[in-house]
Design a protein. Sequence first.
Length: 419
Amino acid sequence: MNRMNDEMDEEMTMVRSLLPDPPPPSARATAEALAALEADIAGRDTGRRVRTGRTAPVRRVLPSLRPTALGGLTGLVAAGAAAAVAVATLGGGGDPVAPEAADQPPTARSILLAAAEQAVKESPGRYWRFQRENAQAYRVQGKGGGYTVLGSVTQWDDWRARSASDADVLYTRSLGSRPLTPADAAAWKKAGAPGSLRVRSNDLWLTLTMAPERGIGGRPGEWTSERTRPADRKKLVDQAEEICARIKKYSASEPDVDERCEAVRKKSRMTLEGQRALANDPARFKELLFPRGGPGRTGAADDLMFGFDFLTRQPASPAVRAAAFRELAEIKGVRSIGTVKDGEGRTGIGLAARGEMRHDTGTVYDYQLILEPKTYRILAGQKLVVKAGGGDTGMRPGDVLHQEIVRGAGWTNEKPHHP
């Protein structure tokens, strides 16, 4: 089932070296692995601090780790994004939202507490449906300063069953890559509108294609689907040592690789059903919300990203979702930034926290969580450039580094389908 483009490049070579002789891929495992790799392999949660007192720098997730290339990274790696050790209790409704002074804008805390009040009113259904589009920005260097593209744009329509007896269903498709802005599009055309692009991610050179890529069992740009039955979920947690060996091979130079491998082993002992039970456990859900041992360990930007992941991906109960918003409200370093727009031009309430890329790139970014006015539903999560460095040199303040656009997230009693 592992269908790849005929033209194999260095990017595929890198992935193959990471995943030798992969078993047939799972689109769901791949989708989960992307989030886990960003946290456990790409190292956004290392727990290190820089000397200036800023939060630990964050490494980019690689665009090459996608359904057509990942192959055998199973749901165990998804479990790798799931839990660490932290015990918490769920309050009986949390503190009421303090009224704002008439001449003062709302604080991040008051916004998140208001979101908690809305979340607790939700009615759970048979499935948690999460529709999204994600992409990573890369700088193409060249004459005239180069241009920026959104690489490996992918759309997902994920149905996660509330009951362990129901199957999960995932629909996905690739849209290829595209210039970030009209100015970038003009620069790309001036460069001859190349169909493939060489870009740098950390210390690796990658090749992006502008055309949609082939999905699992489908044609380029075509929606494909995968059903994960209850019996399949139990098979996704049997490869802890194999995954750990791959992490060590990929990240041998990282000082905390043994710690991350032990975290993978620990998480592998939990079935996917166990993860879902944990997401709905008022006393333990923070093990999923903050997967590296509690808020503040890796900085506010990471905590806000973890919050986005939990609130959009986990089929948690309304009470636990409300509690998650209340936990985010207590994070130091998250600020209200007023009205902002997401990657589709939708206007929302912006919350932001500052972070820094890893591997000495020097790139400083703001991670933004964007909420819909009045409903406080999540519209998007995105990283925007504050100061570009390394392979991002040439990107402007405010340019997108990474974006995840939410087209829908909520409970439904419908049967899985797309559209």
